[in-house]
Each structure stands twice: as structure tokens, then as C-alpha cells.
Design a protein around this ligand. Sequence first.
Ligand code: ADP
Ligand code: ZN
Length: 218
Amino acid sequence: MKIILFGPPGSGKGTQAELLKEKEGFYHFSTGDFFRQEIAKQTSLGEKVRYYLEKGLLIPDEVVIEIVENFLERNYDKKIVFDGYPRTISQAVSLDQFLLQKNKKINFCFLIELSEEEIIKRLTARRICENCGAIYNLNFKRPKIENFCDFCNNKLIQREDDKEEIIRERIAVYYKNTLPLIEYYEKRNSLYRINGDLGRDYVHFEIMKIIKNYGDLY
Ligand code: ADP
Ligand code: ZN
């Protein structure tokens, strides 16, 4: 089974993908995490994409598509939850074509909807662990020890792009490039909308309700 999570920045895609990983054994594939790790490791790819992440802009399609195809070449047989991919029509088309070749497809897309006000509120309070990818929030999910990761004790950081000005840019990019994808998947009857305001457990419950009904393939 392959699932895509859509939603504006801060809608909880990463959190939901982690829940699907822990509870259901999905492989959590986040292009954002992947690029952040490349930047942290100072690889040449990391250097190439740093500018885009810092500005909240999309990385050019060719670069992202190549990374994803490399990953999929090795992992297309797994249960995968895509977090942050695809983000443009051309990424979506290339993902469909790749999966088709392997006799696979996207089974479900979930759109987690959230107001702009709530996005800003959540993201400015978000802290992450760069080591293990854990996500915290100063308002509703504080770490046990202030500023340190519950799981690996690494120091927490605020993502560079979680500053208000950059958040606004990311929201604008989302509306411009990613919203057309909703229509793309709606036409394929695989899109489900979920209200992201209702919190992490509710959103997870809604996702599970839909994929559990899928029967055999799941
Ligand atoms: P969020 O969804 O919270 O904005 P992500 O962690 O998914 O954050 O992505 C962070 C940044 O990584 C994006 O602003 C963009 O620069 C880059 N990025 C991630 N995924 C893609 C993608 N599929 N296409 C282009 N750029 C991407
Ligand atoms: Zn950690």
C-alpha cells in the first residue's frame, strides 16, 4: 500500500507519518527530512539544495524526482507513506508513471486541512530533533526535559524555515504549486479530506478508518 499525505506546512503530515510507521509498519518517506539530513551532513547535494530550504522555495523537480526514484527503485515493494512528496503536478505524474511500471499505485491521498492562523501558531512553536526526526511543540507537546529530545537526548532546534516570514512564503508556495495536485488526485477518486484542527489522534483515527476498509491489500 502507498499513501500520500498532503496539507499545508504544519498540518501534521510528519506526525501522522510517524504514527503510521510506529503502529502500522509503514516506511516513512519524507523528502524534507531527507534534504535536511543532506544539509546537516554537508554533502554536495545538501549544498545544492540549502538555498531553497532556507527560503522556503521548492527544490527543482529534476533534483527531487531523481532522489525519489532512487529510493523507490529499492523500496517500491514496501508499504510507504509519502510525506511532502509529490508537491507539483510533474512530480505526481512521474510518481504515477514509476509505480505503474512496477505494477503498483497510490492507494490513498489524505489532505489534512488547517487554517493559516493555526499554521503560524503551530509552526513558530515547533522544535525538532535533527538526530532522530522527533517533532515537539512548545504549546502541546513539550519534551520531558526542556530543549532535549525524549528519545535520543539530542539538543532540539527550531527549523530555519519555521520563522514567521519563511512560513508565510511556504504557505504561498503550497497554495500555488501543491493545491492543483488536490484536483489531480480527486479525479482519480483517491483523495480524502481530514480536518487537521481536531488533533493528532483524531486525524490518525480517520486515516485508519479509511485504510482498514481496504481489506486484502492492507
Ligand atoms: P513543510 O511541509 O513543513 O513545509 P518539508 O519538511 O516537507 O516541510 O519540506 C521542507 C522544504 O524541503 C521545502 O520548503 C522545500 O524547500 C523542500 N522540499 C521538500 N519536499 C520537496 C518536494 N517534493 N519538492 C520540492 N521541494 C521539496
Ligand atoms: Zn531525537
